[in-house]
Each structure stands twice: as C-alpha cells, then as structure tokens.
Design a binder for this molecule. Structure first.
Ligand SMILES: Nc1nc2c(ncn2[C@@H]2O[C@H](COP(=O)(O)OP(=O)(O)OP(=O)(O)O)[C@@H](O)[C@H]2O)c(=O)[nH]1
Ligand SMILES: [Mg+2]
Length: 188
C-alpha cells in the first residue's frame, strides 16, 4: 500500500530538463485552469502542498511532489484556449510532446468539469494521449456542486465522448480512495 500522506514538495520545473533526475515514475495531473488539479493533489496527500486558488491560472510550472519515496505526483498549469493558459511560463504543448516520450510517465490523471461540455482543447488532448498510448485516468471534478440531474447530465456527456471509466470526485474519502486505487494500478 502506498502511503500518500508521506509526501513532500521537491521541485518546480519550467521544462522537463529541470525535473528530478532520479527516474522515479510520475503521475501527471492535467486539465483546464481552475478544474481542481492542485486541490485534488492536496486531498490525496491530506496536506496543503500544492497552491490552489479561486482564481484560474494559479499553477505556473510543473510541480513535483514525492510520494512515499517511490513516485511523483506532478501538478501542471491549466491548458486550453483560456486567457489563463497564456499566463503560464511553460509551453504546455511542447512540454507534453516531451513528456509522452518519458518512460517515467505512468499515467495522466485528466480532470474534467462536466458541468460544461469538454472544450475542443480537452477533446484534442484526450485524442493525443490516446494516440501516444499514455494511460488515462479520468476524474470528473466538482461533483459535490452538482445535483442529481446535473450529475446524470455529466455522465451522459462523458459517455458521448467515449469516457466510461472515471472517478466521480466530490472531495470525499470514497472518491479519493478510488483515485488512489487507479494510481496504484498505473504504477504496477
Ligand atoms: N466544490 C468544489 N470545489 C473545488 C473542487 N476542486 C477544486 N475546487 C475549487 O476550485 C478552485 C480551483 O482549484 P485549483 O485546485 O486551484 O485548480 P487548478 O486546476 O489547480 O487551477 P490552475 O492551477 O489555475 O490550473 C479552488 O477555489 C478550489 O477550492 C471540488 O471538487 N469541489
Ligand atoms: Mg493548480
């Protein structure tokens, strides 16, 4: 069993050149700005390691958090055609091109807020990762803010774009355990 609570910040990397050189496996968290990437990393670790904010565009670099001395959870800046995506100091597309070639990348955790239809950027990103053969773990975030009708709607949208296996994230223990299980499997 992985001890997610044994977590510490290691480095903020502007490009993959600055990532830790130990070759340990990494799990990369991606999604549009404000979807909840930093928050879910904090929830997984049970501590406030990653900076989250009400304002989009908070995370600006690749932030490496070492978990249980064995692998990294990597927080990333939001992508997409939002004004906030341009606030980041990294070139997201170029970073991903490099990252998918990294043998250390075990999975991408893709966060989607399906109160809105996924944007073209989300869909292009999903197709890209599928083509590259990177294992994808889908998380539907902010489900705690949805009523049953909205949740059903979100499920329908997910199905429509071919997402059948996903974690419904409400920030509760059950959804976090489910995500931990998927991360653990990806690391095997
Ligand atoms: N209700 C609810 N709010 C959430 C959830 N996850 C994140 N938030 C809120 O959404 C806002 C953005 O969260 P962040 O974790 O900073 O989002 P991010 O994806 O890291 O954003 P960037 O770093 O800007 O790309 C914060 O105000 C969080 O408290 C969730 O599951 N439920
Ligand atoms: Mg963030």
């Amino acid at each position: 069993m992985i001890d997610f609570k044994k977590a510490r910040f290691i480095v903020s990397a502007p490009t993959l050149k600055e990532k830790p050189a130990d070759g340990l496996p990494s799990i990369l968290f991606c999604g549009r700005s404000n979807v909840g990437k930093s928050t879910i990393i904090n929830n997984l670790c049970g501590q406030r390691l990653a900076f989250s904010s009400k304002k989009p565009g908070k995370t600006k670099l690749l932030n490496y958090f070492l978990i249980d001395d064995s692998f990294y959870l990597v927080d990333s800046p939001g992508y997409g055609s939002t004004q906030y995506a341009t606030l980041t100091t990294i070139n997201f597309a170029k970073m991903m091109e490099d990252y998918v070639k990294e043998p250390s990348l075990k999975a991408v955790v893709l966060l989607l807020d399906l109160r809105h239809m996924p944007g073209k950027d989300d869909q292009a990103f999903i197709r890209y990762l599928q083509r590259c053969g990177v294992p994808l773990i889908y998380v539907l975030t902010k489900c705690d803010q949805m009523n049953q009708k909205e949740l059903n709607e979100a499920r329908k949208i997910a199905e429509k774009i071919g997402i059948t296996d996903y974690v419904i994230s409400r920030g509760d223990i059950r959804s976090l355990d489910s995500l931990k299980g998927k991360i653990q499997s990806a690391l095997r």
